[in-house]
Ligand binder design. Sequence first.
Ligand SMILES: [Zn+2]
Length: 97
Amino acid sequence: MRQLKCDYCHREIPEDDIHFELKLELYASAELPELTEEDLKKDHTAEIEALIEAMQEMDAEELTDEVYECYVFTLCAECRHEIHNRLKHNKEKKHPI
Ligand SMILES: [Zn+2]
């Protein structure tokens, strides 16, 4: 069996120790900004052209990452506890994670 390593503190996790997995998903909110009547009447050709131009300069991986990213981290019990505390108590702070 492969030796497990904690992705947070990089310590090896002994085989008979419990380990945890932290799954992190980062994606664009499905909620779209509200459109006003004025927005609908506006000519968006220039904006769309600028957007297409910007997208052409990005590679496919970058574009996909902007839509959805998912990471799974292996954690030892200690780091799990640390992250648990941060998530639980830092929600109001500027950098909660
Ligand atoms: Zn750890």
